[in-house]
Structures are given as C-alpha cells and as structure tokens.
Design a protein around this ligand. Structure first.
Ligand code: GLY
Length: 346
C-alpha cells in the first residue's frame, strides 16, 4: 500500500513499498534545472545505480562521509561552493539519498543556498524514514547537537521500506529506538505491539511496513498541528532527546542508542515529577531489542550540554515527560531533579 500525504508543513510525502518508482514522475513535476544527488559511500554502493536509472536524467553526484561527521559547517560550505561552481540555480534540486544525518545536512544546505532550492529526500534507514526525513527540521552540529538549523520541508519525500532490505540488523535496532519513542509519547497500541515482538520481527517485512506507516502518520499529524515547535505539541516528539542528544555528543553512540538511554533517564525524571510508573516496562522493551539503557557518562557533563538544548527557552530545561504509556506532558524541570534522575540511571 502506498499512501500520499501533502501539506505545506510536511511537503509531499509518499510512503510505502515501491514508492521509489515514483521518484522520476515526482521530480519531473518540480521541473528542476539541475539535480545533485548527495549520498554516502555505503548507500551509494547499494542504491545509487538504481536511483540514477530510475531518474533517467543527467545528475551530479556528491558523496559525503557517513553519519554525524557530515553535519558540519565546513561540509555545508564545501557543498555551497560546489553548487555555485557547477551552475546550480535557484530552480535546481538537491536529492538526499541516505540516513538521518545526511537528510539533516542536505536539508539545511538546500534551505540556505540562494535562499532555498528544491529539495527531495529519499531516506534509507529506519530512523530517517520514520523521523529525520519527515517534518522539515534540518540541522548541523556546533558544540551541541543540531544547534544550527532551519525548518524547511522537502518538496518531495519518498519513504520506501524496501530500501530497508539492505540495512544491517544493527541499524534496524538503532531505528527501533525512535519507534519505541512514538509508542511511549503518542501511541500506546504501538508500544504494546513492540512489547509482544522479539528481535526476529525486525527482519519481518510486514512488521517493518506497519511500523513505518504508523510512525510516519503519527509524525505528520503532530507536525501539521505545530510545524515550528511553538505550542508544545511537536515537543512531545523530543521525548528522550534532551538527555539523549547530550549522551550522543559525549559518548559518540549512534543516535538511536543514545536516545534509548535518554528515554530511560527521562522516564526516571518523569517518575520524580509526574505520576509515571513504567520505567521498568520501557527498559525491558529496549533491552529486548538490544538497545542500551545504562548511562555511562558523568551526569554533570550531561547537564552542561542540556543547557544548550533548544527547548531551554527561558534558561531552564524543558522536557517532554511521559505521564503514562502513550501520553506526554511538557514540563520545566529543575536541574537538581535531572541530576538526581541521572544518578539513578548510572
Ligand atoms: N525529531 C523530532 C522532530 O522532528 O520534531
């Protein structure tokens, strides 16, 4: 089943097995002057030829480093110069073929080059398909994670779960952290479904299809209500990320694994300031999936990075905290409370 969502807040998002075959028609509708595909080495080996064949037009190709290393101002500058020297005009298109970090940095570059060019995202990881590529957030790192960025929904996003067939199991596990996040933050039924599965379900095509469809739908619903994270609605999606981003930065763990620990820590904060009681249930699900749950970082160093979080609007940390599975409240939290919870999670 292929579903199409279209709104100014999220652009056009085409989700489902086989949606990659629509790429050419969708890009033709945008009538780009030039196209640059930006990808990473691993993804290029697996999918670049297929995408070039499907596109059936001349396109420049640029290959970036894998992962968070690409989310750097110097990489953006290099890309901007390349676009300019190659004659990319405002009516040209950048196509990001890769994971969440690549979508973040290419989205950012597309949003600032000539004040904004056409953008298409083809996410190739579970994490990017259900979260990073949906909803227009772009970003690069500067001391802290995603400190610099814009809101710039891609004109066309193709979410094809078939691209997950070549994804290493470890990367699927990494992406499952975000699936668990959706369950805890918004979708009790999804959480209960994950409680029932075992690790072998991660290679079950119909399970992955279901999860991708449900998470994308959950995310689009929230982004349409609060596209620029102003009302608190979209902040719900940051559950696990305030502490998780700090852990990611300090430990170098992959995003999903850092978020897994971040979710456990934030559940402990929730137990201190809300009626939430299900930290052990959350921990059990994450551990069953093979995700880490133990904090291996100095709580004070974590707190220092939390101070750079974009949600600390008036200087105090604001966290998205579960009140029960499937329900989240946005709360300003004292730093001492966070330190206490981090101490318990160590
Ligand atoms: N990843 C959270 C958001 O897009 O708002």
């Amino acid at each position: 089943m292929v579903k199409v969502y279209s709104s100014p807040e999220v652009g056009k998002v085409i989700v489902g097995r086989g949606s990659l075959y629509r790429l050419k028609d969708e890009l033709d509708l945008l009538r780009p002057f030039k196209v640059m595909i930006v990808t990473t080495e691993n993804v290029a080996k697996l999918w670049l030829d297929r995408v070039l064949t499907l596109l059936d037009r001349v396109a420049d190709v640029t290959v970036l480093e894998d992962g968070e290393l690409a989310k750097d101002l110097k990489v953006v500058e290099r890309l901007l110069v390349e676009l300019l020297r190659k004659g990319f005009t405002r009516k040209s298109l950048l196509l990001a073929l890769g994971g969440g970090a690549l979508c973040d940095v290419i989205g950012f570059t597309a949003s600032i080059y000539m004040r904004g060019v056409l953008l298409s995202l083809v996410p190739t990881t579970l994490l990017a398909q259900i979260d990073a590529a949906i909803g227009g957030k772009t970003g690069i790192n500067l001391e802290g994670k995603n400190v610099v960025g814009t809101f710039y929904p891609a004109h066309v996003t193709i979410v094809d779960p078939e691209l997950l067939n070549t994804l290493p199991k470890e990367e699927l596990v990494n992406g499952m952290a975000e699936v668990v996040k959706y369950g805890i933050a918004l979708d009790q039924q999804l959480f209960e479904l994950i409680e029932l599965i075992d690790k072998s379900s991660l290679t079950d095509v119909s399970f992955l299809d279901k999860v991708v469809h449900e998470c994308v739908e959950d995310k689009i619903r929230i982004v349409i209500k609060d596209p620029r994270e102003e009302t608190g609605e979209r902040m719900k999606l940051n559950f696990g990320h305030t502490i998780g981003h700090a852990i990611e930065r300090l430990s170098g763990l992959e995003h999903g694994r850092a978020i897994s620990i971040g979710m456990v820590c934030e559940c402990r904060v929730a137990e201190l300031v809300t009626e939430f009681k299900d930290t052990d249930r959350v921990k059990a699900v994450l551990e069953k999936l093979g995700l880490p749950t133990q904090l291996n970082a100095d709580p004070k160093a974590v707190l220092k990075l939390i101070r750079m979080d974009k949600k600390s609007w008036y200087g105090k940390p604001i966290l998205a905290l579960p009140t029960k599975i499937g329900s989240i409240a946005i709360k300003e939290v004292e730093e001492e409370t966070i330190l206490r919870a981090l101490g318990e999670a160590s």
